[in-house]
Design a binder for this molecule. Structure first.
Ligand code: NCD
Length: 309
């Protein structure tokens, strides 16, 4: 049986193309499972997983939890507000205490970039990064590429523009790595103030004009402006941002083709896209959410099989 080249999922930058293809083919199988009347398999009955969320999350947390339940794993959930972290405990101590309760795998979301890598070096458990600050969000990028593959049959040769707050977005970085591994062309689009200086080193095209970007692409992945990660303002006002980078139906209708619209959620309706666009037939936002469960089942299953072997 094929296995992943890694023992942890810390970031897409540690994966190769074969790993992603294996995750996708495993997700194809689990997608069938979750659409059956009995949506559950016993595969991980002997595995215990701790979901440690040090930052708020709706979709990602629920998606991991459902994925783990569908695989019959035992799970424990922890969020920072209810923990001893605010009594001064370190991350390593918190996690080592949890692992002493015979936990096999940790899913970590943390506001600080590099926290998943850091944890891997200090604790004896399989780690899945569920988003570390502005660094990586590997399962989001996997489900995004998987959704593009589902729509077009392949990611190879497709033109994807990622629009918005590239500077603060872990979704952007992980998407760039995943899409390039799978042979897509990647453009990023946003105001210069939200584009990191090093970005061209990653081999992406940079465009500041939304209409030009949309004319070029097959898919537009519209990101949220990450207000919680900004300590000062990166554009004059939200209205200015929306006027230049907000996606509306009239803009989509100006294009002489039907592009696919994606968004990782949570959407700020009326800012990065209008409700009309979010709810239109060109948007695959809810397909992304559905695919997220199958992708997280695949990743969890493949990493757990490495613990067992
Ligand atoms: C993203 C995140 O948390 O990085 N959301 C998600 O995981 N579904 C994107 C965002 O917060 O804008």
């Amino acid at each position: 049986m094929s296995t992943l080249s890694v023992n942890h999922l810390l970031g897409i930058k540690y994966l190769n193309k074969k790993d992603i293809e294996l995750i996708f083919s495993t997700a194809d199988h689990f997608k069938k499972v979750i659409n059956r009347p009995i949506k559950k398999v016993p595969s991980l009955r002997d595995i215990t997983i701790a979901n440690l969320f040090f930052e708020s999350s709706t979709r990602t947390k629920l998606s991991f939890e459902i994925a783990q339940k569908r695989l019959s794993a035992d799970i424990i959930n922890f969020s920072e507000s209810q923990s001893s972290v605010n009594k001064g405990e370190t991350l390593i101590d918190t996690v080592n205490n949890i692992i002493s309760m015979k936990v096999d795998m940790v899913v970590l979301r943390h506001p600080k970039p590099g926290s998943a890598d850091f944890l891997k070096q200090h604790v004896n458990s399989t780690i899945i990064n569920a988003g570390d600050g502005a660094n990586e969000h590997p399962t989001q990028a996997l489900l995004d590429s998987y959704s593009i593959k589902q729509k077009f049959g392949s990611v190879q040769g497709k033109k994807i523009v990622i629009v918005g707050d590239i500077l603060h977005s872990r979704v952007a970085l992980s998407n760039i790595y995943a899409l390039q591994l799978l042979g897509a062309e990647v453009m990023i689009c946003g105001p210069y103030s939200l584009i990191p200086k090093y970005i061209q080193d990653l081999g992406v095209i940079v465009e500041t004009n939304l209409l030009n970007a949309l004319k070029w692409c097959d898919v537009a992945n519209m990101l949220r402006v990450q207000n919680e990660r900004m300590d000062f303002s990166y554009f004059p006002s939200v209205r200015d941002y929306t006027q230049q980078y907000g996606l509306t139906m009239p803009i989509l209708n100006q294009l002489n083709k039907k592009i696919v619209v994606m968004h990782p959620g949570p959407i700020n309706r009326g800012v990065e896209l209008t409700s009309e666009v979010a709810d239109s037939s060109q948007a695959i936002i809810l397909d992304q959410v559905e695919n997220g469960v199958a992708i997280r089942m695949a990743v969890t299953y493949l990493l757990a099989s490495k613990i067992k072997s």
